[in-house]
Design a protein around this ligand. Structure first.
Ligand SMILES: [Mn+2]
Length: 262
């Protein structure tokens, strides 16, 4: 019942290109995170990143860069606008390059100023906890459906236990899937199910993203307007998962970078 396995399992040479794409993208994310952005617009940041990308060996972007600040962080595919960034706002940057035909796809969310607000911090930590737990669960034998089920449950459990939501359904706050395959296409055209509809089981050298998010669009609460997504590129190894993207994601690491700003 195998289907299109050849494209699912990446060759060593393909993995090296995926790794390089993620290394370059990670460097660009770290640069973005270290910029002074207060008083500048989302498009100013995008323009800066375009210029920086031209200084790398990447051939271009893997997909149009998403930059959403403040309430726009809750928009799934926010195109950068002239909106000016202010103190106390979040900036969500979803950006990845293409290198020798292979893609990266990374998202980080950070404060425009020096620090996350109390509410932003609570939601950020929930998404980060879930993302790290999902990565820990990657190993041959599990499926992307297993990871998605875990992710949705873990996000909801944390939100409910903190009294942030009463809903028993996470879908309103987490409006996309946890993972997609990545390769020559950012959403690599590989199957998620075998021909008998059973889920594709992870094997070494399959590559995909893990990207939990929480988006409080119209929650009429103190969390309204908070959108957080944390996304990394993962390769399945013999016994677990290797994260190909390396950008700071702990709150104290991000706040340390935001405190310096270049
Ligand atoms: Mn993605």
């Amino acid at each position: 019942m195998k289907t299109n396995q050849s494209k699912l399992i990446k060759k060593r040479s393909e993995i090296e290109k995926l790794r390089k794409a993620s290394t370059i993208s990670s460097a660009l994310h770290s640069l973005a995170m270290s910029q002074t952005v207060i008083g500048k617009s989302e498009t100013d940041l995008a323009t800066y990143l375009n210029k920086q990308r031209e200084c790398t060996k990447a051939s271009g972007w893997a997909y149009p860069t998403i930059i959403g600040s403040a309430g726009r962080s809750t928009i799934l595919h926010a195109k950068p606008t002239k909106k000016i960034l202010n103190e106390n706002e979040l900036v969500l940057v979803d950006m990845g390059v293409k290198y020798e035909g292979y893609c990266s796809d990374i998202t980080r969310t950070w404060p425009a100023g020096k620090k996350f607000s109390k509410e932003q911090k609570v939601i950020y930590q929930i998404v980060l906890n879930t993302q790290k737990e999902c990565i820990k669960r990657v190993k041959p034998g599990v499926s992307l459906y297993d990871l998605d089920d875990f992710c949705r449950k873990d996000l909801l459990d944390q939100l409910r236990s903190k009294g942030i939501v009463k809903s028993k359904n996470i879908d309103r706050y987490f409006t996309h899937k946890t993972s997609h395959w990545i390769g020559q296409d950012v959403h690599d055209k590989c199957p998620y199910q075998y021909l008998d509809k059973s889920p594709v089981i992870l094997s070494p050298n399959m590559c995909f993203t893990i990207e939990p998010g929480l988006y409080f669009k119209e929650s009429k609460s103190k969390y309204e307007g908070i959108g957080i997504r944390i996304e990394d590129v993962i390769r399945v190894t013999e016994e677990g998962g290797e994260t190909l993207s390396q950008v700071p994601k702990e709150i104290d690491e991000i706040e340390a970078i935001r405190a310096i700003k270049i």
